[in-house]
Design a protein around this ligand. Structure first.
Ligand SMILES: Cc1ncc(COP(=O)(O)O)c(C=O)c1O
Length: 329
């Protein structure tokens, strides 16, 4: 079956770099896939998904893209910034503590700064309202239609079968960069699409590589259900059935909860930045990398010899992080 069209947005292939310090310490071959380098303002894992999603939006003649996330959502920023030069305005449903406009950072910081820069319209909602995000986005889309626009709705994190194709491609990219397939590939998991795409990509390639998502919120059962649903939908694009043991979700590294940090996490983030020049973000990549390194310190053989960690970006969220990071130093 023919692959859906994609628009080239990311700078590919991203580098795959050996992590010398931790490989030595842990006795494994640890590589970091630098998807934080897919671009500057268009950086991180969302860009690969948006290549497919925005191509579909353009094909449908969309004038607006409607999507959702936390207040410092990397996905919303990436969507707004990629959509603008394609002639589409972003309508962003952003979760704030009480759904109030004055809870948006003022002056705007991090991802919100960039959302504003490209004229995204922000709709704040509280955590309870956010649970009904699909209804909310339908209402926003209706509003666009009332103004004679054409809306294109993208689910949280760009995590549907179409978006996941970006990581089916990334799995092939990783395999092409190594002389033998890795035993395990790790990624932070917040809405499941990246993990689903990777798992499908290794399934397609027929290699033994397993994909692991490190949950930064929710739990294993929640993400397994999402990944399986995305994989079922991806059959429509000619992708194979996903074997249940092709991937897994690791929990226990959510810490204090979504977008909340502990002192231990922040100390790790600073150590990796100083020792390795690798700048992780507190919400996703730092929790996932700390989770991986902690598990490897307990048992370096647990995931096999060759291990890849995907750095999925998030620098703008780091720059908007509160003073706790500096207080922890
Ligand atoms: C920096 C970063 N890493 C990882 C993720 C998780 O990816 P996914 O939502 O596909 O699980 C996200 C978004 O949620 C993210 O912004």
């Amino acid at each position: 079956m023919e692959r859906p069209k994609r628009i080239a947005l990311a700078h590919l292939p991203t580098p795959l770099q050996p992590h010398a310090r931790l490989s030595r310490e842990l006795g494994v071959d640890l590589f970091v896939k630098r998807d934080d380098l897919t671009g500057s303002h268009l950086s991180g894992n969302k860009i690969r998904k948006l290549e497919y999603l925005l191509a579909d939006a353009v094909a449908q003649g969309a004038t607006h893209v409607v999507t959702c996330g936390g207040v410092q959502s990397n996905h919303c920023r990436a969507t707004a910034m990629a959509a603008a030069p394609l002639g589409m305005r972003a309508e962003l449903l952003l979760r704030t503590p009480n759904g109030l406009r004055d809870e948006l950072p003022s002056p705007p910081t991090g991802n919100v700064y960039l959302d504003r820069l490209v004229g995204a319209r922000i709709h704040p909602t509280d955590p309870l309202g956010y649970q009904s995000r699909a209804d909310f986005m339908r209402d926003i889309a209706d509003g666009v239609r009332d103004r004679d626009g054409v809306p294109y709705v993208i689910p949280e994190g760009g995590s549907n079968a179409l978006g996941a194709l970006g990581y089916v491609d990334a799995a092939a990219e990783i395999l092409g960069q190594l002389d033998a397939p890795p035993d395990a590939v790790f990624v932070a998991t917040g809405s499941g699409g990246t993990l689903a795409g990777l798992a499908l990509g290794f399934e397609v390639a027929g290699v033994a590589t397993r994909a692991y998502g490190v949950a930064v919120c929710d739990d294993r059962a929640y993400f397994r259900a999402i990944v399986d649903a995305i994989a079922d939908d991806a059959r429509a694009y000619g992708l194979p059935v996903l074997a249940p043991d092709r991937y897994d979700v690791l929990e226990g590294f959510q810490g204090r909860g979504y977008a909340l940090s502990t002192e231990e996490e922040l100390a790790f983030l600073a150590e990796v930045a100083r020792a390795d020049g690798l700048v992780l973000d507190p919400v996703y990549t730092n929790k996932a990398f700390l989770g991986l390194v902690s598990l490897l310190r307990e048992d370096p053989t647990r995931f096999g010899r060759r291990v890849v960690f995907i750095h999925t970006g998030g620098i703008f969220g780091l720059l908007a992080h509160d003073d706790a990071l500096h207080a922890a130093r």
